[in-house]
Ligand binder design. Structure first.
Ligand code: UD1
Ligand code: CA
Length: 424
């Protein structure tokens, strides 16, 4: 943990353009809210005690933060009077904190821990007091412009609506991420002004304020500007999903995983896959998973998260897997649902096998344990909780409600009858 770093994440806005009942920052990419991605990136660089500024449906955001990021806290901003006003809500919580405060927005899920790390390093190495992250955009419309003086130093940030015609041509924009030496700059929040076109308290005013106060003010240009894409609409949400997915697929391929058709494969960045595994088309892998080497996954496989898969495992078409542990050399080749299960090595799960793990009356989920070498015939229902011993053999079409011992045959189907000449 980095004791000298905390983040303040702005997430009070309504996100009108999402046309949603849900606060914007709780919309998800790969099962994880936008704000969750930002918080995780902060945690990855050692910042755990973060402050999320919430407003619109703040209780919902707070519920999520308490559950998934318990070291962080939410602070309410009742009226959204501007970005500086939002940060000022964190003043009491930060108090005498003597370190760097990162400011981020809760709706920019593509920012990476690597970029945040480099950004904070830059701030520290240059003994900066205020560092703003900037990007160069061919079309800078809508963003605050970074205005530099003759010496190329950052003089101020001017918002789109306050720009002169000349300033409108500036392509370097404010990415909305700041690193602030808290004790040096906290005075800025004591005397906020809103004399601008939008009558908002702008956080961007801190640049000019810092310069006037004789502080060191720098801009750090982020090369990959896709990282600071803010989500305002469903279309941008889809764009961000695509970018996050492509980034991870490229990483996996660089590490030796074959992705047969990247255009129709989705794999959550929280899924690790070892080399020489092949992912066939139309596979969707959500959440946190670990997949070993030399596996074959798909086509049309669906992993829903919390799965650990060994080496040389086959997960074939129309197989859904959730919260399961599958050891090496096991085949689940077709049309199966395996959830809340522990599956040993060298197991063969026949087509159409289902773990009945959920009781919809009690709402309980139960475990299925399948030991090494077991063989399960097609169309079997394993009603959890149930355990199959080593090399247990289950006859096709069985409904298994009781444990089956090692080397034993489990069979529940009724025997076949033949009525001679029935058709005649
Ligand atoms: C802001 C910057 C702009 C920058 C851009 C980058 C200011 C004044 N402008 O503009 O220079 O180029 O981000 O994306 O800072 N929020 C609150 N409470 C408020 C106001 C905003 O929590 O009172 C949150 C919003 O929910 C949002 C974020 O702060 O997540 C940014 O606010 P927004 O109004 O969208 O700022 P921009 O106009 O995009
Ligand atoms: Ca705005």
């Amino acid at each position: 943990m980095n004791k000298s770093l905390k983040a303040v994440i702005l997430a009070a806005g309504k996100g009108t353009r999402m046309k949603s009942e849900k606060p914007k920052v709780l919309h998800e990419i790969f099962n994880k809210p936008l704000a969750g991605w930002v918080l995780s990136a902060c945690e990855e660089i050692g910042s755990f005690e973060n402050i999320v500024i919430v407003g619109h449906k703040g209780e919902d955001v707070e519920k999520f933060v308490k559950k998934q990021h318990p070291e962080s806290v939410c602070v309410y901003q009742k009226e959204q009077l501007g970005t500086a006003h939002a940060v000022s809500m964190a003043k009491d919580t930060l108090g005498d904190f003597d370190g760097n405060v990162l400011i981020l927005c809760g709706d920019t899920p593509l920012i990476t821990a690597k970029s945040l790390f480099d950004f904070v390093e830059y701030h520290n190495k240059n003994n900066s007091d205020i560092t703003v992250m900037s990007s160069v955009f061919e079309n800078p419309f809508g963003y605050g412009r970074i205005v530099r003086n003759k010496n190329d130093a950052v003089a101020e940030i001017v918002e789109q609506k306050d720009c002169s015609d000349i300033q409108k041509d500036i392509k370097e924009v404010n990415a909305g991420i700041y690193c602030l030496s808290w004790q040096k700059i906290k005075g800025f929040f004591d005397n906020l002004k809103n004399d601008n076109v939008q009558n908002e308290y702008y956080l961007t005013d801190i640049i000019k304020w810092g310069n006037e106060a004789g502080l060191k003010v720098l801009a750090y240009i982020l090369k990959d500007c896709s990282e600071t894409l803010g989500i305002n609409s469903r279309a941008q949400l889809a764009d961000a999903f695509k970018t996050m997915n492509e980034r991870h697929l490229n990483e996996l391929m660089e590490n030796g995983v074959t992705i047969v058709s990247p255009a129709n494969t989705q794999i959550s960045p929280e899924t690790e896959i070892d080399a020489d595994t092949v992912i066939f088309p139309n596979t969707f892998i959500n959440g946190k998973n670990k997949i070993g080497k030399n596996c074959k996954i798909g086509p049309f496989a669906h992993l829903r998260g919390d799965c650990t898969i060994g080496d040389y495992v086959k997960i074939g078409n129309f197989v859904e897997l959730k919260k399961s542990f599958v050891k090496s050399h096991t085949n689940i080749s077709h049309l199966s649902y395996v959830g809340d299960a522990e599956v040993g090595s060298n197991v063969n799960i026949g087509a159409g096998t289902i773990t009945a793990n959920y009781n919809s009356i009690t709402k309980e989920k139960k475990q299925t344990i399948i030991n090494d070498g077991a063989s399960i015939g097609s169309n079997t229902v394993l009603v959890a909780p149930v355990e199959l011993g080593k090399k247990a053999f289950i006859a096709a079409g069985s409904v298994i409600t009781k444990d089956v011992g090692a080397n034993s045959l489990g069979l529940t189907r009724s025997s076949q009858r033949e009525i001679k000449n029935y058709v005649k």
